[in-house]
Design a protein around this ligand. Structure first.
Ligand code: SF4
Ligand code: SF4
Length: 451
């Protein structure tokens, strides 16, 4: 019986992985194979390949995905966004948030159970190794309660050795999402004395991942992940989630009771977050469907219908099979996601090849030259936002003379260059503004000062 069975009890608010004294209760989840776990296993395999290869893949010569901290550039699907271009970054983040909101509203917390790297690596790499070396949930629990023997010590050493190897690979791949592969390779090859700061970064990432995947595990989902908190506002009574069919299962019991649930507790024993789904949907549920597979094995051994625990909306559980209704909330969230993607794509596809910023040089006004002409000084910053090399041409049709340190310079894709622009005009020049044409048709209006 779960401590949450009485919603009025103070224990109802406490995570099932924490005891009354506030101490961590280690979870030893049992495993039962079933339709959902097979499906999840295949998805996890594909995702492990994607997560471990994505930072090394290229699309039209650019990284498929990288948040290049050193150069301040985000690469995504063949497009580049500079950290300074906050506008694009905001739309990228907005699109990602809208996608998550739409998926959650339509299909529940499917991301946590199937796609989240934390779940994928813990469930499909870390736990299977633990089970392979230390045995079943019962055996592992027993091992940890008994004094350490030589055999158990050897098993634990082997387990942590394998964890170390796997997490070394994962942590370096994680760094490849932020650092260019060539740089990362040089970090890996060099000794800590040669590259002390690189060694510190690599060690910190490795230790953080080791702590999370090996020890913290489900605590991350229950206490740190902000998405777990959002789910209650994103789902509705019509959203399919993992649910116990209480109308069919209750009253529970082993003998002489009418409900299908025999109160064997297997659904709780297999849960990686330690909850009892029969108490309703809870914050810790990552929608992994382990409980559903486990209950199906019990139902099949009793020759009863599977699906006592299944994916169903609260409405379906409360009212029985209902006609599928058109749902407005997922549609609105999908349209919001689509709009943000369309806005982002249209801005990205229509942006100029060269982004030019010109500012008057700090603390400068104008200078009257010996020949009577007036000089105005500007700082010029040019970013090549295209995928090809670009030639910078600075010219003016206003009759003024311009001297530009960048004119005629070739700049490669994503390169940023800065230079100086001097505008010389006659004292009698009628204009207080002149247009400077930069290659690719960009025209900038400059305010000129004069006596
Ligand atoms: S596994 Fe099924 S039968 Fe067993 S306690 Fe859970 S819901 Fe009841
Ligand atoms: S309640 Fe079921 S679906 Fe939710 S985390 Fe536990 S085992 Fe997974």
């Amino acid at each position: 019986m779960s401590e949450r069975s009485d919603p009025q009890s103070p224990d109802a608010l406490r995570s099932p992985t924490v005891d009354q004294a506030g101490k961590r209760k280690w979870i030893y989840p049992d495993r039962r194979s079933g339709r959902n776990s097979k499906q999840r296993g295949w998805v996890a395999l594909i995702l492990i390949v994607i997560y471990l290869s994505a930072p090394f893949l290229k699309i039209r010569g650019l990284p498929l995905v990288r948040f290049d901290i050193a150069s301040g550039i985000v690469y995504a699907l063949g497009q580049t966004f500079r950290f300074a271009d906050g506008f694009y970054i905001v739309f990228v983040l907005l699109s990602a948030a809208m996608l998550l909101a739409w998926v959650t509203s339509a299909w529940g917390r499917i991301w946590c159970g199937y796609g989240c790297p934390q779940t994928v690596f813990v469930e499909w790499l870390i736990r299977p190794i633990e089970e392979w070396i230390e045995g079943t949930a019962l055996r592992r629990r027993k091992n940890d309660s008994l004094p350490l023997t030589i055999e158990l010590f050897a098993k634990k050493c082997l387990k942590y050795l394998l964890f170390t190897g796997i997490i070394l690979v994962i942590s370096n791949v994680l760094l490849a999402y932020f650092v260019e592969s060539k740089v990362l390779l040089s970090w890996i090859k060099s000794s800590p004395a040669e590259e002390p700061s690189a060694f510190a970064i690599m060690s910190a990432v490795f230790l953080a991942l080791f702590f999370d995947l090996v020890w913290f595990r489900e605590q991350f989902c229950a206490f740190l992940c902000p998405y777990a908190r959002f789910q209650s506002v994103l789902i509705s009574v019509a959203t399919p989630t993992v649910a116990y069919d209480y109308r069919r299962g209750d009253p529970r019991g082993k003998r002489d009771v009418k409900g299908d649930c025999i109160d064997c507790g297997l659904c709780v024993r297999v849960c990686p977050t330690g909850i009892d789904i029969r108490q309703g949907l809870q914050l810790e549920c990552i929608q992994c469907m382990r409980c559903s597979d486990a209950c199906d094995t019990i139902m099949s051994s009793l020759k009863r219908e599977p699906g006592l625990i299944r994916k169903a909306s609260k409405m379906e559980i409360d009212q029985g099979p209902i006609k599928k209704k058109f749902r407005v909330r997922p549609l609105i969230l999908f349209l919001m996601f689509l709009s943000s993607v369309i806005v982002l794509s249209s801005f990205v596809l229509s942006r100029d090849a060269l982004k030019v910023t010109m500012l008057r040089q700090a603390k400068s006004t104008f200078t009257v030259m010996d020949d009577g002409r007036i000089a105005n000084y500007f700082s010029l910053r040019v970013v090549n936002q295209s995928r090809n090399e670009q030639l910078v041409k600075v010219s003016t049709k206003s009759g003024a003379q311009i001297i530009c340190s960048l004119s005629g310079e070739h700049i490669s894709s994503n390169q940023e260059v800065t230079g100086i622009l001097i505008v010389l005009t006659d004292r009698q020049h009628p204009l207080s503004e002149i247009a400077i044409d930069v290659d690719d048709g960009a025209t900038l209006q400059l305010a000129l000062l004069h006596p």
